[in-house]
Ligand binder design. Structure first.
Ligand code: SIN
Length: 315
């Protein structure tokens, strides 16, 4: 009976069989979760951001718990594109889930060079079955770096320019990851769509600060960080609804999802797919549980395709 529910999601020229992915920065490059999860339960792994050169990241401490959430200031620590190709991609290619490479850069040129290197170095065709890379998630929303990241994502003109520049380089699904730290996310989502994005993903984290009253200093080495976890879910759901009204490309919703009902809120607000982030640190199997919970909800409510309920709470 479960097999009759269509959970597939079309993104550009690719199809995800399962709408529930794991968010960039919460799942490493997949291997970190070997033995802890069944990768066939996951729709897509969105890798940790990949930049042109390796990055050490920000000064510690980089993580602090907050009420119903965490604040991180990782600073895009990653192995760089060459090591990603030589050390991480071979493993990722063996997995039975889609792989979306999260790409970051301090300049338009850097984003371009990462995508160019991935396109020329190792990829053969659009791939949804695990032997290659499904597509790219372009990180224009990291709040923890001085160049690129948020500085790109708060400027709609720059988002459109960067998107169309990357569009020239690849036919693979191109997803632009948006920040909630803007006055109007609809304007930025429209800019991504105008630039040729196949989807937008939202929300990245909200800028926050925690101060230790004993030391009278911010707890995080970088002083501010990005807030994620259940505390931000109502923000993510509201911004999904706002983006839904602004664009016709698919929306991938995230922010505080830890169970099927949380994910369904995003879907009812207009998301076609979702990502699990902070909840992976609590239970690495969350994506699989959310996915099967969505299937059960559909069966229990006579829904044969997830598309039937996408956006119905707000359309
Ligand atoms: C980080 O590496 O600082 C977090 C990534 C992000 O927020 O995009």
């Amino acid at each position: 009976m479960g097999a009759n529910v269509d959970l597939s999601v079309r993104i550009g020229n690719g199809t995800l069989a399962n709408p529930v992915g794991v968010a960039s920065g919460t799942f490493g490059y997949g291997g970190e979760y070997e033995g802890l999860v069944d990768f066939s339960d996951i729709g897509a792994i969105y890798t940790k951001a990949v930049t042109l050169e390796p990055r050490g990241g920000n000064a510690p401490p980089r993580l602090v718990e907050t009420p119903s959430g965490i604040l991180n200031s990782i600073g895009l620590a990653n192995v760089g594109v060459e090591k990603f190709i030589s050390d991480k991609l071979p493993y990722l290619r063996t997995l039975p889930c889609a792989v979306v490479v999260n790409v970051a850069g301090a300049s338009e040129d850097e984003y371009r060079r990462v995508v160019e290197r991935l396109e020329s170095g190792c990829l053969d065709s659009v791939d949804t079955n695990g032997s290659g890379i499904f597509g790219y998630e372009v990180n224009v929303s990291c709040p923890n770096v001085h160049h690129g990241g948020l500085a790109f994502g708060t400027d709609p003109a720059q988002v459109e320019r960067l998107t169309s520049s990357l569009r020239e380089l690849t036919k693979r699904p191109l997803i632009i990851k948006l920040t909630p730290n803007v006055t109007d996310i609809a304007v930025v989502a429209k800019a991504a769509e105008a630039g040729g994005a196949d989807a937008v993903s939202l929300i990245n984290t909200l800028v926050g600060m925690v101060i230790d009253v004993k030391t009278r200093k911010p707890v995080l080495g970088a002083k501010t960080g990005g807030l994620s976890g259940p505390a931000v879910r109502p923000v993510g759901v509201a911004l999904t609804c706002k983006a839904r009204r602004a664009v016709s490309i698919p929306i991938i919703g995230m922010g505080g999802i830890s169970c099927a009902d949380d994910a369904l809120q995003y879907i009812l607000a207009g998301a076609s797919a979702v990502q699990i982030g902070t909840a992976n640190f609590v239970n690495p199997k969350t994506a699989g549980l959310v996915s099967s919970g969505i299937r059960e909800y559909c069966i229990g409510n006579g829904i044969s395709s997830l598309k039937e309920i996408c956006g119905v709470a707000v359309d």
